[in-house]
Design a binder for this molecule. Structure first.
Ligand code: AMP
Length: 223
């Protein structure tokens, strides 16, 4: 099962991808996390990636593809994976399709999590993450039991450097324009479903699982 979760920054796609991957017992591939991990190495490649991350700009296609290619060829991805934050452009989607084709694989589902633009800013500015286990929190909507501390591993939570108001706005603007084209691309392939992301987390994850299990749901908005 190869599942692609798409949505603007702050749509909750990372949280949903983590959860869905756990339920399907396949790895969760967060391309943002993979890029941040590489950036943290401070290698020549890492420094290049880090500069783009800080500005809220997309990392070059060649670098992103290289990182994704290496990751999906690891043995734990043999039974599938849930990927979020990728592809982000039609060009990336086309290259990704070619790569999967070579590996005799294809995406099974592409889910777009749709959230109102106004909610995105509030969600992103309150987001806190655990640098250790990657758990995602929100100061208002999903606070940890102890303020500032990860419930799962006890690490001090951090705010991502690109979760600042000016960078957030840029990321949202950029992603919404590009994502419309991306949605049309997957819609034409007949594998895109849009999910209303302005609901409770459990309702969204229920719907994701029902779509995966191929149950027709009245809440699914056909696009
Ligand atoms: P995310 O964790 O998905 O919000 O991504 C954080 C940042 O990583 C983005 O603002 C981009 O700088 C970079 N990034 C994530 N996914 C991609 C991608 N598919 N292509 C290029 N850059 C990406």
């Amino acid at each position: 099962m190869i599942l692609i979760l798409l949505g603007p920054p702050g749509s909750g796609k990372g949280t949903q991808a983590q959860k869905t991957a756990r339920q399907l017992a396949v790895p969760h591939l967060s391309v943002g996390d993979l890029l941040r991990k590489e950036a943290a190495k401070q290698s020549a490649l890492g420094k290049q990636i880090g500069a783009s991350l800080k500005q809220g700009e997309l990392v070059s296609e060649a670098i992103t593809l290289q990182i994704v290619r290496e990751r999906i060829q690891q043995t734990d991805c043999e039974n599938g994976f849930v990927i979020d934050g990728f592809p982000r452009t039609v060009q990336q989607a086309q290259t990704f399709n070619k790569l999967l084709n070579k590996l005799r694989r294809k995406p099974d589902h592409v889910l777009w999590i749709d959230v109102d633009a106004e909610s995105l800013l509030e969600r992103l500015s309150g987001r806190r993450i655990c640098p250790n286990c990657k758990a995602i929190y929100h100061v208002k909507f999903r606070p940890p039991l102890k303020p500032g501390i990860c419930d799962r591993c006890g690490q001090i939570l951090i705010q991502r450097s690109d979760d600042t108001p000016s960078v957030i706005e840029k990321r949202i603007r950029q992603s919404l324009t590009e994502m419309e084209k991306l949605k049309s691309f997957y819609h034409a392939q007949g594998i895109l479903r849009t999910i209303d992301g302005n609901r409770e987390e459990w309702q969204i994850s229920d719907e994701i699982m029902r779509i995966i299990r191929n149950v027709r749901l009245f809440m699914t908005i056909e696009v």
